[in-house]
Design a protein around this ligand. Structure first.
Ligand SMILES: [Zn+2]
Length: 223
């Protein structure tokens, strides 16, 4: 009798793993599912306009489900695991010992209102906590409502993103001596990062101070 009662309580109060649906660890991502994450090599994955881009994993399986959960299905608790994966990867990168501020890729105000939150801000906050960095959201703002990128060609993506971001100079004075780590969830063609990098450079930030890091990349980036 007690067994059934306990099972019932567990069902109500215990967290189930979002991935395998089991509840034995009382976490949203159990160690088994976490252990299935495959890291990419601990090196620069791509250079975008002279800025190194690091990428923790490939956008598939658990990573894909995780990112989609945080981004579209209101699974805010999963932001910690997305950040943890990035942290576990980032610790293996030599530059991680530097002094960074973390800048999550911003959403346009209307998109953020619609979604209720910017998933990358949640991830950036957890990631910064783990690394001992600071988050600086306000340094860059999305001022243009862009179309979703996934159906667009490379040229259309660039057009879509042109002048999409605004650099806030006053905020930037606070970080003059620090490196900037731009954080995003998925690297596909790199058009978004490229536009942000351009915006930072136009704002007078040296290329040497810019770094980008994404949770994942689409498979075509892996040669
Ligand atoms: Zn699991």
């Amino acid at each position: 009798m007690f067994g059934i009662f306990k099972q019932l309580l567990d069902l109500i109060y215990k967290k189930r793993c979002y991935f395998c649906k089991k509840s034995y660890e009382n976490t949203k991502m159990c160690s088994k599912c976490y252990g299935r994450i495959k890291f990419l090599p601990f090196s620069v994955m791509k250079n975008i306009d002279g800025v190194p881009v690091y990428c923790a994993s490939i956008y598939k399986n658990e990573i894909q489900k995780l990112i989609r959960g945080v981004k579209y299905h209101n699974q805010k608790e999963l932001a910690y695991y997305q950040a943890k994966i990035m942290f576990d990867y980032w610790q293996n990168i030599a530059v991680s010992s530097g002094d960074f501020v973390v800048v999550p890729v911003p959403l346009h105000k209307s998109r953020q209102k619609q979604r209720g939150y910017n998933h990358m801000v949640l991830v950036a906050k957890e990631f910064a906590k783990l690394c001992g960095y600071e988050v600086l959201e306000a340094v860059i703002e999305r001022v243009k409502e862009t179309k979703p990128q996934y159906r667009l060609t490379q040229i259309e993506r660039e057009q879509n993103l042109k002048d999409a971001f605004k650099f806030n100079r006053e905020v930037c004075e606070l970080i003059s001596d620090k490196n900037i780590l731009i954080l995003d969830d998925i690297l596909t063609t790199g058009a978004t990062l490229s536009e942000i990098i351009k915006t930072f450079k136009q704002g007078g930030i040296d290329r040497e101070k810019l770094f980008a890091f994404t949770t994942s990349c689409s498979e075509h980036n892996i040669v």
